[in-house]
Design a protein around this ligand. Structure first.
Ligand code: KG4
Ligand code: ZN
Length: 414
């Protein structure tokens, strides 16, 4: 091998050391060649231990998830210390699995992103302390993630969606409508004043003892309600949807839960069965609660679209409504929302179901979005804490209520 000797200007036989240096300069380091950003995302805000490695272009290089659903179904709800124990038992394995399948060595990571707010304190704590140890070991930057921001931005990994867009997040722990103007620029238009729709559906499913139903025993409450609703017919109710008089974008689901509770009691009397047994009318009750939930969600979302258009916060045509969170995997609710987006010349987009529920991919992607925007990247994690409660963005729900927009009636026939 001959190399140009710069000082002498002639070709000379290089030393062994020079050859090694020369060869080493060609060792394959993709992140150096393409300046690729690679983020490890870690999610433990509720009952799923999840991790993923995602690159700058949205390629999911590796992922792993451990779901606690089965355990919590048996105990009739999430018991926080149990969730914490299961996160502790699984986090190392899940992160290792995500890294191993991605074939990315930890040293190649650009940053580690972890959900630190909002969520169950004991669950968030496991993800945060594990991540801080890793950050310290690997000497990598840390990106603290807001769980709802991650849900909201997931659509930009799967679809080409520009800011601004409207997002409806409906899950077991959350229910909100927000305008997404940038990676970390949100206007909160409305939220649930009590419980989230998934929580309400889970409670109704428990009251109906659907875990004993042969077709629903392994399903989450919301999924079981959707499944049974297909076999039933809606029952006449005294009211159409909650909060009819409040002309804002807030939600309420606990009244609905109480009303359905009294219907169940009445049906148990009529059918002569004990609490804890499956009602013959369970499918009708499921259809009724699903329809009423859909009508309520649709009405508030319709008002949010009209408000944003009135204030020129969204374009008049081709505005985008993104729906995510566990309840967004409900096809009946999606179809009901499609009726609104068709009536308002908007496009309805939903991430695939596995990205609607909690996952590590959305956290890693949020990390990529923040890296690209240069937002919230920490090189010193001193004093970083998890926050069980944390609002998303600037709350303009009062202004939305003051606008008192009347929503035209839409027939929800699915
Ligand atoms: O987003 P997620 O996995 O966790 C959080 O709550 O953050 O959502 C779980 C919730 C549960 O309440 C579950 O019953 C509900 O989503 N869910 C559904 C469906 N699948 C899951 N609700 C209605 N229809 C479904 N198909
Ligand atoms: Zn979630």
């Amino acid at each position: 091998m001959l190399m140009l000797n710069k000082t002498a200007g002639v070709f000379s036989k290089p030393s062994k050391k020079k050859i090694y240096e020369f060869l080493r300069s060609f060792t394959f380091h993709p992140e150096k060649l393409f300046l690729h950003k690679l983020v490890l995302g870690i999610e433990t805000s509720c009952d799923d231990t999840a991790a993923a490695v995602v690159d700058e272009t949205g390629n999911v290089l590796g992922e792993a998830i451990h779901s606690q659903t089965e355990v919590h179904l048996k105990t009739g709800g999430i018991i926080p210390p149990v969730a914490q124990r299961l996160h502790r038992e699984n986090i190392q394995r899940i992160v290792q699995e995500a890294l191993a399948t991605s074939r990315v060595s930890p040293s190649e990571l650009s940053a580690i992103a972890t959900t630190v707010k909002p969520g169950l304190a004991l669950s968030l704590g496991v993800g945060l302390s594990f991540s801080l140890q890793l950050v310290d070991q690997l000497k990598k930057p840390f990106i603290p993630i807001h769980h709802m921001e991650a849900h909201a931005l997931t659509i930009r990994l799967t679809n080409k969606v520009e800011f601004p867009f409207l997002v409806l997040l409906i899950s077991g722990g959350h229910c909100l409508l927000a305008l997404v103007q940038g990676v970390s620029d949100f206007l909160l238009l409305g939220k649930s004043l009590d419980i989230a729709p998934g929580d309400m559906l889970d409670k109704v499913a428990r009251r109906l003892s659907l875990i004993k139903h042969p077709e629903c025993s392994t399903m989450s409450g919301g999924k079981a309600i959707e499944h049974l609703a297909k076999q039933g017919n809606t029952l006449p109710l005294d009211f159409k949807a909650p909060m009819q008089r409040a002309k804002n974008c807030d939600f309420s689901f606990s009244g609905l839960q109480n009303i359905v509770g009294s219907i169940i009691m009445q049906k148990e009397k009529e059918e002569g069965i004990e609490k804890g047994q499956i009602l013959a009318s369970a499918a009708d009750i499921a259809a009724t609660i699903q329809h009423t939930t859909a009508c309520h969600i649709v009405k508030r979302t319709h008002r949010a679209i009209l408000f944003c258009k009135q204030k020129a916060l969204l374009p008049q045509t081709d505005a985008v409504l993104v729906v995510s969170g566990g309840v967004a995997s409900n096809l009946y609710i999606r179809k009901a929302l499609e009726i609104v987006t068709n009536a308002t010349q908007c496009t309805l987009l939903c991430p695939p179901p596995r990205l609607c529920t909690d996952n590590g991919i959305m956290v890693a992607w949020n990390g990529i979005e923040r890296l690209r925007a240069g937002l919230g990247i920490l090189y010193d994690t001193e004093g970083i804490r998890y926050e069980p409660k944390c609002p998303l963005g600037i709350d303009i729900s009062k202004e939305v209520g003051e606008a008192a927009i009347k929503v035209p009636h839409l027939k929800i026939m699915i």
